[in-house]
Design a binder for this molecule. Structure first.
Ligand code: 13P
Length: 251
C-alpha cells in the first residue's frame, strides 16, 4: 500500500508574526518543489491568519496546534473548528505530549477534540507517545494502545480517512535523542496492527503514521526508509527554512 508522505512542522510557541510569514513563504517554495508529498506547518494561533493569507494558492497545508470541540461559547482561551475553517486551516494537532503533560489534557478531552475537528471539517493529527519511565518499565505498547483506543473512541471507519497519527516518544522530543529507525518502525508496525484490529484492514493500510521527536535533516532519510513510517512531525528543525527544506526533500 502506497501512502502519500506527510512532512509537518510544529512551530510550537515560536516566531513573531513577521518571522512566521517569512518562514511560511520559504516552506511554500520547498513544498511546491516536492509535489509527491504533503507538507504542513502549524504556526502559533497569532500568526495563523496572516500565514494562511501569505501562502494562499500554494499546496502547503496549514495546521493549528490545538482545536476546541465546541463551535463557540464560553471557553476562554480556546479556538473553535469554525474559526479555524474560516481562515482556511486544514488540520489540527491533537493530544501533543506538551498538552498532555504541561496542560493536563487527558484522553477524554483529546477524544472530544478529535470529534470537534472531524465534525468541523478539520483533519486531526492524533499524537501519542510513551515517556521514558513508561519505556523503561516495559509499558510502551500498553501506554500507546490506551492512548490510541481512547483518542479514537467512536471515530468511525469513514472518519478514519481523515485521521493522521503521530507517534512522538516523549523522551525524544526536544532532547536530540531520536528513536532509532528500528525502535520507531517497531512501534509504527504495532500501531498499524492495532488499527487493523479496531478498523478494517484497508483503513489500517491507508492511515498515515508520522514519527516525531528530534527529527533532523541528517536522520530523516533513514526514518522515511522504514516501511511503516509515512512522515514526520518536526519541532525544532522546522523553525529554520534550510533545515526544514532538507527534511521536506527527504530521499
Ligand atoms: P522536536 O523535533 O523539537 O524534538 O519536537 C518534536 C515535536 O514535538 C513535534 O510535535
Amino acid at each position: 500500500m502506497k501512502r502519500r508522505p506527510f512532512i509537518a512542522g510544529n512551530w510550537k510557541m515560536h516566531l513573531t508574526l513577521a518571522e512566521s510569514v517569512r518562514l511560511a513563504q520559504a516552506v511554500a517554495e520547498s513544498c511546491a518543489a516536492c509535489p509527491d508529498r504533503d507538507v504542513m506547518i502549524a504556526p502559533a494561533f497569532t500568526s495563523l491568519a496572516s500565514v494562511c493569507t501569505a501562502v494562499k494558492g500554494s499546496p502547503l497545508l496549514i495546521g493549528a496546534q490545538n482545536i476546541a470541540w465546541e463551535k463557540e461559547g464560553a471557553y476562554t482561551g480556546e479556538i473553535s473548528p469554525v474559526m479555524l475553517k474560516d481562515l482556511g486551516v486544514n488540520l489540527a494537532i491533537i493530544g501533543h505530549s506538551e498538552r498532555r503533560q504541561i496542560f493536563g489534557e487527558d484522553d477524554a478531552m483529546i477524544n472530544r477534540r478529535m470529534h470537534g475537528a472531524l465534525n468541523g471539517g478539520i483533519q486531526p493529527i492524533l499524537c501519542i507517545g510513551e515517556t521514558l519511565a513508561d519505556r523503561e518499565a516495559g509499558n510502551t505498547f500498553s501506554v500507546l494502545e490506551k492512548q490510541l483506543r481512547h483518542g479514537l473512541n467512536k471515530v468511525s471507519n469513514e472518519q478514519m480517512a481523515q485521521v493522521v497519527l503521530a507517534y512522538e516518544p516523549v523522551w525524544a522530543i526536544g532532547t536530540g535523542k531520536t528513536a532509532s529507525k528500528e525502535q520507531a518502525q517497531e512501534v509504527h508496525a504495532f500501531l498499524r496492527q492495532l488499527l487493523a484490529n479496531l478498523y478494517e484492514k484497508n483503513i489500517a493500510d491507508a492511515t498515515r503514521i508520522l514519527y516525531g521527536g528530534s527529527v533532523k535533516f541528517d536522520n530523516i532519510d533513514n526514518l522515511m526508509a522504514q516501511p511503516d513510517i509515512d512522515g514526520a512531525l518536526v519541532g525544532g528543525a522546522a523553525l529554520k527554512a534550510e533545515s526544514f527544506d532538507r527534511i521536506v526533500r527527504f530521499r
